[in-house]
Structures are given as C-alpha cells and as structure tokens.
Design a protein around this ligand. Structure first.
Ligand code: GLP
Length: 332
C-alpha cells in the first residue's frame, strides 16, 4: 500500500530514470573498473531526456564504490565526463570560465560571498600566479567600496624556508605586494609561516597551533601544482596532518624557477600547512588555469584519492568550489 502511493506520488519517468541509471551504471562498473566515470550511454539513449531539469547521473569510483550524483544539465565529452559551465559533483562544484579574468571574477564572487557571511572570520590565502586575477578583482572591489576586510584574520598556506621576508620571492613579500598592501586587512591579523624563524620544526608547530587556536578557516584558497601539490604538500606515501617543514620536489623547483633568476635560487625547502589543516577549512576554493593543469585537474577530481595526488583529498571535503579556465578543464 505504502509502496504504491510512493510510486504514484512520484513522477514515473523519474523512477524509470533512476532505475535505468542503476542498471546501466552497474554494467559499466563491471566492464571498466578504473577511475571514475559517468554513463554516457544513458545520455545518448535519451534516458535522461525527461522533463526533469536535474538528471541523475550514476558514476563509479574505485574508492567510494557507487555514488548517485545530481548533475546540472551539461553535455558529455568523449570520455564520458560531464562538461558544462557548472559541474556539480555533490560536494565539489566546478566552474569553467572563458578567460583568466573571468576566472578571477568568479573566484572573487565566491570569496565575497564567504566574506559577507563571516565579516570577522578567518580566511586562508594562497600564492602562485593563478590567484593574481582574483586578487586584482578583490582589490578593485575593495576600492569601489564593495568589500571590507577590516574584520578578518588571515593565514597563508605556506612559505619557502629559509627566506627573508624582504626577499621579493618570499610569499610574505608576494602577499603584501599583490593583496595586503591594497586592502584594509589589519597587519597584526595577517599570518604566514615565518621563513626567517631559527628552527623550522618549532615554527611549524607554532603556526599549526595558531591556525587551530583561531576561530577556524571560513574559506581556504588553493592553487594546484602541476604534480598535484596543494600548498607545498608534495606527492607522498601519506597525507600530512599538520603544518610541517618539507622538501620541495624537483618538479616544483623547476615549475617555480620562472619566478627566480635561475632554478638554483629556488629554495629547496618550505613550511606548509598540512593536508588536514587545509581540510579543516569550512570551504575550499581552488583556482587553476592553463593547459598545464588539465591532466592534474582530471586526476585530482576524477582519479583515485591518494597522497600521490595530494589535491585528490579534496574529493573528501564537504564543500569545494573549483574555478577553472577552459584549458584547465579540458581533460574533464
Ligand atoms: C606554489 C605554491 C602553491 C601553488 C602552486 C601553483 O608551489 N606553493 O600553493 O598552488 O605554486 O602555482 P601557480 O598558480 O603559479 O601555478
């Protein structure tokens, strides 16, 4: 009796779509157990072309077995991954923007929303080339009177070690130059790991304690390294828990050499928040642009969750927004 009412009370085509998704999805998992994929045949056969604005897509992920995911309308690429302006993987939303400037504006929108919700909150910032368009946009909005940073506390992800704050390649210098000097965040509430500290292990513990003693990160901004690193958490056998003193891989040294006179000048060590420190943030905002980031974005979002791809941990976070340009999204 109850069952009957349930079916009658629901649109029957909706029930059929879910059943079809289950059947097709299971058969796909048997034939292609690697990685994560959706079931393009469902789309091609028209099974999803119902009147429902939000079709259900079933996908398989080696790590999590089977998940039913609500996806906003999109189209499938050759590999069967959904490509759309907005991709919603449940806990992870991916925005694909037309240009680097549009990426910055979208990321600024997401940041501004979090700031409006928590004007005295704690916000995590990042360095690298990618956040620059977002920082430019935040500065522009601040100068236009649309944003107020006077109540916030900031924590940056990482810093080279050892490095003088006066070195124009230090992250301390970078943040002052590209953001903090141009907005009204109080200087005494700006925090970065100290590249001048006498002992990197003690400094790591001090920094972790300061992050944990804060009210908690409302939002942590991230870039991503070409090898999948977030902050300076390089590919490894295990995820890091807390802020730590770490060695940079050769690929990171080479990737960051573009900012230095030569690769020899790139510091070989750094202080970095741990993966767990980052994962404790209420919201994660990751930005990436350019073809060089395409493969790693695919691996991070759609591959196995493994410390060999540090950013893949984000699949486990409950609230992640990712802003890409079309090139960085091209392998999804
Ligand atoms: C550095 C930083 C990371 C950043 C990465 C990517 O290694 N430690 O936090 O995400 O560079 O930088 P870019 O945005 O320049 O590609």
């Amino acid at each position: 009796m109850r069952k009957k009412r349930l079916v009658e009370g629901t649109d029957k085509s909706f029930v059929l779509v879910v059943l079809a998704a289950l059947i097709f999805g299971f058969s796909f998992t048997n034939t292609e157990p690697e990685g994560l994929f959706v079931t393009p045949s469902l789309y091609r056969t028209g099974a999803l072309e119902s009147n429902h604005a939000l079709p259900f897509i079933l996908f398989y992920n080696k790590w999590s077995c089977i998940r039913l995911v609500l996806v906003r309308r999109g189209v499938f690429s050759e590999r069967g991954i959904i490509v759309s302006k907005v991709i919603n993987l449940g806990n992870v939303t991916v925005y694909v923007e037309d240009s680097y400037e549009a990426l910055g504006a979208r990321a600024a929108d997401i940041f501004a929303e979090a700031l409006a919700a928590a004007p005295t909150g704690v916000f995590g910032f990042a360095t690298g080339g990618t956040p620059l368009s977002m920082y430019g946009e935040l500065i522009r909005r601040y100068k236009a009177g649309a944003l107020d940073f006077s109540g916030i506390t900031t924590f940056n992800l990482d810093e080279y070690y050892p490095i003088l704050k006066s070195n124009d390649q230090s992250y301390d210098y970078f943040m002052r130059e590209n953001l903090f000097n141009h907005i009204n965040v109080p200087t005494d509430r700006i925090n970065l790991p100290n590249g001048e500290a006498p002992d990197p292990e003690i400094e790591s513990r001090r920094y972790e304690a300061a992050v944990r003693a804060s009210a908690g990160l409302e939002l942590q901004l991230l870039g991503i390294g070409e090898n999948g690193h977030i902050a300076f958490n390089e590919p490894a056998d295990a995820y890091t828990n807390a802020t730590n003193y770490t060695s940079l891989t050769e690929s990171t040294v080479q990737a960051n050499a573009r900012f230095f006179a030569s690769a020899d000048e790139v510091p070989k060590h750094a202080l970095t928040m741990g993966i767990k420190t980052i994962m404790l943030a209420k919201k994660i905002l990751l930005v990436a642009n350019g073809a060089k980031k395409a493969e790693i974005m695919r691996d991070a979002l759609l591959g196995d969750i493994t410390p060999r791809v540090p950013a893949s941990a984000l699949q486990l976070h409950r609230d992640v927004e990712i802003v890409l340009d079309a090139e960085a999204a091209s392998a999804l």
